[in-house]
Design a protein around this ligand. Sequence first.
Ligand code: NAG
Ligand code: NAG
Ligand code: NAG
Ligand code: NAG
Length: 417
Amino acid sequence: MAMLRISLVALSCAHALQSDLSATNNWYHHHHFSSYHFRPHCPTTTTTTPIPLVPERMVLDPRNTDKTNQCNWGGVNSYLLYALPEDHQDTILSDLQSFGLKAVRVWVAGVDKNAKGTGSPFVPHFEPKHMGEYDYTVLNMIDKLMLKAQQYGIKLIIALHDRYALGCWSCDGYQKDLKLKCLPEEKGFSTTGCTSANDGTKFYQDENATKFYDQRLETILNHTNPYFKKKWSELKEVVAMFEIQNEAQGLDSSWVSGWHCARANVMRKLLHSEILIGTGGGRAFADSSRPEFFNCTNIDVVTLHDYNAPNWTDMYNSIEKARDLGMKHGKKVVHEEFGTKDRYKRPDLFYAHISAAADLGVPFMPWEYVIPGNTDGHDLEFDDRQAAWPVVVYGALLGKMKPASFEWSNLELCNVS
Ligand SMILES: *[C@@H]1O[C@H](CO)[C@@H](O)[C@H](O)[C@H]1NC(C)=O
Ligand SMILES: *[C@@H]1O[C@H](CO)[C@@H](O)[C@H](O)[C@H]1NC(C)=O
Ligand SMILES: *[C@@H]1O[C@H](CO)[C@@H](O)[C@H](O)[C@H]1NC(C)=O
Ligand SMILES: *[C@@H]1O[C@H](CO)[C@@H](O)[C@H](O)[C@H]1NC(C)=O
């Protein structure tokens, strides 16, 4: 295994986690998330020292190295990765590559200047002022990220819009043309909150907005990446999946049936057959795994997001239910977003979600790897100096030791690099 900059303290947390594996499992089955204190607090920001090896016990089971086996996988969210300073993009992609993680999820979205303390530049929305009026800045940045990701052997999962740009965290052209409530008050990006006071229902019902949204999807998929000289729709060498929208209809007052499926139909006409179409998740398990997703021919992957499960059993059962529906209907399932603002609970929460997903043969992607990780309890980011990181690494190896429930042929999975 590769050497990596990782904190000593963080690794010893991972050791503790390993040696008490059975006890930990037991513990998670019987306690509430809100009262984790199984392991002592793992301090998050420490000195960084090169640490040699992943413990032997965590190395891939050779029985699963056969390419014909279905191997499960892990990845991370890092929605604004293309806007991070380049050396931080390299650190993140190198971390993923070194420890056998396969994918990183980004969004076609505007980014605030110095978002989350990352030093990002201001990135305008793709349709900042009006529906159908495009600013290609974000696509150009993702073009570059695609090249870099390919150099590290990491695949991208790309959500083509964020529901919360409709006036919740920020206000794009759809918010403006549809006159949806803009919580950040047109000033750009809210740091104070995103609530159901921003009802996006009209966006999903309005025929004109829908027409422009389909045009957006097509315009992005038709966009040519100059480094590859290919359209995004053809870039299977670097894109594993395009998603309809991040958390479509989240926080809305009513549900518009069939919206996801109709968008998937538009996307499928343009896409390379090996690039998957994903839903993009809902706010919690129930909205992420609506029956209509499993019925839609052109939806390939139902992606689960959840920050609310009250206990281990509920979380495990929800992933299992979605997994079983997926297997029944020929859809794949990814446990795509979970996380916590409490940095001391983050490793334990990751351990719980990741071990459940791995046990069920479902890929996992915690929210979210961004440099710097958050330490003030107000946001959910982690980096490789936090104790959460070795848990993610452990999860990637655990995932590969268990049979996968789905086939993931475009991720070259059955090897640990
Ligand atoms: C559709 O939206 C565009 C952009 O806001 C607007 O110019 C046009 O008048 C709208 N058309 C209809 C039929 O509402
Ligand atoms: C995208 O490309 C397809 C195939 O060339 C074409 O039919 C479609 O009109 C294009 N859509 C847009 C919005 O450019
Ligand atoms: C899904 O399809 C089945 C069989 O065609 C049908 O009975 C069911 O009502 C559909 N469910 C939804 C939510 O569309
Ligand atoms: C877990 O949460 C579910 C849903 O709230 C509840 O029905 C169940 O009793 C809880 N189980 C345990 C073991 O606390």
